[in-house]
Ligand binder design. Structure first.
Ligand code: UDP
Length: 481
C-alpha cells in the first residue's frame, strides 16, 4: 500500500502550531508521512522540534521574517501570507510529485481558509483543523447563518442572551470578543466569514476538531452542513495516552526562554496540589495596573505560585523586574519566569490550580491535567471557553472585573481560595479529575478520538489518486520550457 503523504500548513502562532504539530505526530503514528509547513519566523522559534521518522519540516517566507509585531497591519499581513503561502504550497506539492511522494491530503488551520481553494485547484483533498472548541465554530457558523442581525442589534443590551444548538445560554460576556462593539479588530470577523463560506462550498465539509466526544458531543453535531470529527485533545502523548513516553513537549516551543530544570526542581519540592500556576498564553498582554493587582492577589493568597510573566514585545529589553515593582518580594513567595513547558508543569503533582486566560490549548491542557481553573479570558474565543469551564464542565470559575475593567487582587485571592479549598473547590476538583479520565479514554486505543482519527486516515486511503492537479501544473510548466 503506498504511504499517505499529508501536508499540514499552520498559521505561525504558537497556539496554532502546537496542536498542528501534535496532529502531525498522530498521523505519523498511523504510518503516514507528514510535511509540516509554516513561516520562516515561526520555524526559527521552533528550537526544540521533535525529530520523527516520517515528519519533515519546511518553511516559507511570508514577508515578515522577523515575525508579526504589534502595530503591523494585519490586513496586509494576511494578504502577504496568502500570496507567499499559496506559492509555497504549489512548490512543495510539485516537488513532492517530482520526488514520487505526491501529497495525498492537505490540512490547514483556521486563519488560512484560502488553502482549501488552492487544494481544490490542485485536486488534492483538504480539511480544516479547527483548533478552538466545536462550540465556538457553532457560534461563528450561526452568526453568519441567520443570527448576525440579532447579535449586532442587541449585543449592547445588558439583558442580551442567545440560545444556539448544542450550546448553553450565552450572554454578551460569553461570546467571542470579535462580536463586541469594543472589538479593536473590526476586520477579524471577515476572516471567520471567509472560513465559513469556504467550508460551505463543500458538501458536508469534514472539519477535524481539537476536542473530544465526551466533552462536546452535542456541539459537534450542531451544524448539519458540516461533519465535525473530534480527534483531540492534541496534547503530547506522554501526558495523555502514554503511547510515546518521549513525547513530552509540543516541539514548537520557546523553551530557550527559561531552563526547565530550574522550575521543575522548584516544583519537586512543593507538596501535592499546593502551587498556583498563572499564565496568560502567548498573545495576551495585561496592563501594568492589572499585573500589579495580580501580584498583590498572589502575595495575599499566601500560597506558592509559578507565574509566567514576560515583558511586552515592545519592551523586550526590559528585565522581569521592570514589569512589576515588587519582584523581590514575589520571588520570596513564588517563582516568576518568562516561559515554561506548560503542559509538563500543569501535569506536575504539585499544581493545585491554574489561573488562565483560557486559550483553547491551555484550556485543554488544564482539563487533561485534571486541574481546577480560575479563568480570566482576554479576547477571541477565550470568554466562551471560560463559560464552558465554569458552567458546562464545572471545573472552575471566572474572575469578575470592576468598573475600570480590572480584576482586583482581592478577587483573585478569593477565587484561588474557592478552587483550592473544600466545598465548591472540592466539587470542581472532582469534576476536573473526571474530565482528565475522559480525555485519556478518548485517545486510548479504541477511544472515540482514536477511532475517529483512524477512520479519517482510512477514508483518505480510499480517495482517488490526487495527483492530477499537480501533474497539470507540471505539464503546463514543461510546455512553457
Ligand atoms: N505555552 C507554553 N509555555 C508558556 C506559555 C504557553 O508551553 O509559558 C503553550 C501552552 O502550553 C499552549 C500554547 O503555548 O499550548 C498557548 O496556546 P493557547 O491556545 O493556550 O493560548 P494563546 O497563546 O494562543 O493565546
Amino acid at each position: 500500500m503506498p504511504q499517505l503523504h499529508f501536508l499540514i500548513l499552520s498559521f505561525p502562532a504558537q497556539g496554532h502550531i502546537n496542536p498542528a504539530i501534535q496532529f502531525a505526530k498522530r498521523l505519523v503514528r498511523t504510518g503516514s508521512h507528514v510535511t509540516f509547513v509554516t513561516s520562516v519566523s515561526a520555524h526559527r522559534r521552533m528550537t526544540n522540534t521533535v525529530t520523527l521518522d516520517g515528519l519533515t519540516y519546511t518553511s516559507f517566507s511570508d514577508g515578515y521574517d522577523d515575525g508579526f509585531k504589534p502595530g503591523d497591519n494585519l490586513l496586509h499581513y494576511m494578504a502577504e501570507i496568502k500570496r507567499h503561502g499559496s506559492q509555497a504550497l504549489m512548490d512543495i506539492s510539485v516537488a513532492a510529485t517530482n520526488e514520487h511522494r505526491p501529497v495525498t491530503f492537505i490540512v490547514y488551520n483556521f486563519l488560512l481558509p484560502w488553502v482549501a481553494d488552492l487544494a481544490r485547484d490542485l485536486q488534492v483533498p483538504s480539511s480544516l483543523l479547527w483548533i478552538q472548541p466545536a462550540s465556538v465554530l457553532n457560534i461563528y457558523y450561526y452568526y453568519f447563518n441567520g443570527y448576525g442581525d440579532f447579535v449586532d442589534k442587541n449585543i449592547s443590551n445588558p439583558s442580551f442572551s442567545m440560545e444556539l444548538p448544542g450550546l448553553p445560554l450565552l450572554t454578551s460576556k460569553d461570546l467571542p470578543s470579535f462580536f463586541l462593539p469594543t472589538n479593536p479588530q473590526p476586520h477579524t470577523l471577515s476572516l471567520f466569514k471567509e472560513l465559513i463560506v469556504t467550508l460551505e462550498k463543500e458538501t458536508k465539509a469534514r472539519v477535524l476538531v481539537n476536542s473530544f466526544e465526551a466533552l462536546e458531543g452535542e456541539a459537534l453535531r450542531a451544524i448539519d452542513k458540516f461533519n465535525m470529527v473530534a480527534i483531540g485533545p492534541l496534547i503530547p502523548s506522554a501526558f495523555l495516552d502514554g503511547k510515546d513516553p518521549s513525547d513530552t513537549s509540543f516541539g514548537g516551543d520557546m523553551s530557550f526562554f527559561s531552563s526547565r530544570d530550574y522550575y521543575m526542581e522548584w516544583l519537586n519540592q512543593k507538596p501535592d496540589a499546593s502551587v498556583v500556576y498563572v499564565s496568560f498564553g502567548t498573545t495576551s498582554r495585561l496592563s501594568k495596573k492589572q499585573v500589579r493587582e495580580i501580584a498583590g492577589g498572589l502575595l495575599e493568597s499566601r500560597r506558592p505560585f509559578l507565574w509566567v510573566l514576560r515583558p511586552a514585545p515592545e519592551e523586550n529589553d526590559k528585565e522581569e523586574g521592570d514589569v512589576v515593582e515588587n519582584m523581590e518580594e514575589l520571588k520570596q513567595e513564588g517563582m516568576v519566569i518568562p516561559w515554561c513547558s506548560q503542559v509538563e508543569v500543569l501535569c506536575h503533582r504539585s499544581i493545585g490550580c491554574f489561573v488562565t486566560h483560557c486559550g483553547w490549548n491551555s484550556t485543554l491542557e488544564g482539563l487533561v491535567a485534571g486541574v481546577p481553573m480560575v479563568t480570566f479570558p482576554q479576547w477571541s474565543d477565550q470568554a466562551t471557553n471560560a463559560k464552558l469551564i465554569r458552567d458546562v464542565w464545572q471545573t472552575g470559575l471566572r474572575l469578575e472585573v470592576n468598573e475600570a475593567q480590572l480584576v482586583e487582587g482581592d478577587e483573585l485571592k478569593r477565587s484561588i481560595e474557592i478552587v483550592m479549598e473544600g466545598g465548591r473547590g472540592e466539587q470542581m476538583r472532582g469534576n476536573a479529575k473526571r474530565w482528565k479520565d475522559l480525555a485519556r479514554e478518548a485517545v486510548m486505543d479504541g477511544g472515540s478520538s482514536d477511532k475517529n482519527l483512524n477512520a479519517f486516515v482510512d477514508d483518505v486511503r480510499l480517495l482517488d489518486s490526487p495527483v492530477c492537479g499537480v501533474e497539470r501544473i507540471l505539464d503546463s510548466a514543461s510546455a512553457k520550457t
